[in-house]
Design a protein around this ligand. Structure first.
Ligand SMILES: *[C@@H]1O[C@H](CO)[C@@H](O)[C@H](O)[C@H]1NC(C)=O
Ligand SMILES: *[C@@H]1O[C@H](CO)[C@@H](O)[C@H](O)[C@H]1NC(C)=O
Length: 346
């Protein structure tokens, strides 16, 4: 064959490759809630060839700076003593390594500290005052996390007799008064759940993020300032591996948000990834993880996002008073800005 016999074939191959590439849903960023600038920050890293770990770190850090809804970063969700503390985690789905911090004090960049735990220690999870000292030693700046906003939330709460709070079975009656509280005899176990008050959405959200690069490398992360008026020392689901998020590049990733005290008991992110491993598409995997919790706790406030390693994604949420739809943010090829997606709760 004379001159360039392979060319047509190469052209066909190139055309096929182009078709695959242009339809490829990777890279992908998905995060809880319409925190679009976080999505954008993560996308900027991924679309310029950066790693999904950097994308998740930058994306969640964007929320820490912007104080997304007052539920991430400094100046939000003051605890019973008025202090803001932070929880975060980051997971590498290639190596299955995790860095996590909880009850972090005086440091704004919680997910950065989580990353430092992963990269500069052989540990996985650091908490409290000691985590702050570690962060400082790694060069993170110590700052007061209190702002006028968190102070005003706190003083309003004091003015309304510390309502709402997370105490039960104590005296004085925690539904009427502030502490200090003393324990009462435990009440007999009752199967009926207490009537859920209307959800204050802003007291529970978290940024949870999944990033997948073109090679199917999956990373996930979370960052939050926890529940408003929590008891000092309380750790939510966000920094807990398998609860707040989970990543496995051979399958996909998931991240959860909502009532962490309930959700963490069921490791919903781990559950969702395992559902995908067993063949579920991301939406079904998310729905099954929510349904598993609902079997035990029929009414709770929570949502979860799922994505698989080939770039399909979905979400599910649990209906609670004041919460019937869940919005989340997605960035994928072919878009010039984050896409807001919505799902009806189960
Ligand atoms: C916080 O409140 C104080 C006193 O009301 C005020 O002087 C200060 O400017 C406020 N700071 C910010 C950042 O708004
Ligand atoms: C991801 O989910 C989509 C949609 O269900 C499915 O077609 C695809 O095979 C899944 N990818 C993997 C790696 O399981």
């Amino acid at each position: 064959m004379e001159g360039g016999g392979g060319s047509p074939m190469l052209l066909v191959l190139a055309a096929q490759l182009y078709a695959v590439y242009s339809q490829s849903p990777l890279p992908l960023v998905v995060n809880t809630w319409p925190f679009h600038s976080a999505t954008q920050a993560a996308w900027k890293v991924l679309s310029s060839g950066g790693s999904p770990l950097d994308a998740v770190e930058k994306g969640c850090a964007q929320c820490e700076v912007e104080q997304c809804d007052g539920t991430v970063g400094y100046g939000g969700s003051p605890d019973e003593s008025g202090e803001t503390t932070l929880d975060a985690m980051i997971m590498n789905g290639n190596t299955m390594k995790v860095g996590a911090v909880a009850n972090l004090r005086r440091i704004k960049n919680a997910i950065g500290v989580a990353r430092a735990v992963m990269e500069h220690t052989k540990h996985t999870f650091l908490v409290g005052e000691s985590a702050s000292l570690f962060a400082e030693s790694m060069g993170f700046v110590c700052e007061d996390l209190t702002t006028n906003r968190s102070l005003s939330i706190y003083s309003k709460w004091l003015d309304q007799q510390c309502q709402p709070n997370f105490r039960t079975n104590v005296t004085p009656n925690p539904e009427k008064s502030c502490g200090p509280y003393k324990p009462l005899k435990p009440l007999p176990e009752s199967k009926t759940t207490s009537i859920q008050k209307k959800v204050d959405l802003r007291s529970h959200d978290t940024i949870g993020m999944i990033a997948v690069d073109r090679s199917g490398f999956v990373a996930t992360g979370t960052s939050t300032n926890g529940a408003s008026h929590k008891i000092p020392g309380r750790v939510g689901d966000s920094p807990m591996i398998g609860a707040g998020s989970y990543a496995d590049s051979s399958v996909g990733g998931a991240a959860a948000t909502g009532d962490g005290d309930t959700m963490m008991r069921f490791l919903p992110s781990y559950q969702a990834v395992e559902n995908m491993r067993m063949g579920a598409d991301p939406t079904t995997a998310c729905q099954k993880a929510i349904a598993r919790i609902q079997k035990h706790v029929p009414v709770f406030f929570g949502a979860i996002i799922c994505a698989n390693r080939t770039g399909s994604y979905g979400a599910a949420c649990s209906k609670a008073p004041g919460f019937t739809q869940f919005r989340y943010s997605v960035y994928k090829p072919g878009r010039s800005q984050p896409l807001e997606e919505m799902v009806d709760c189960l």
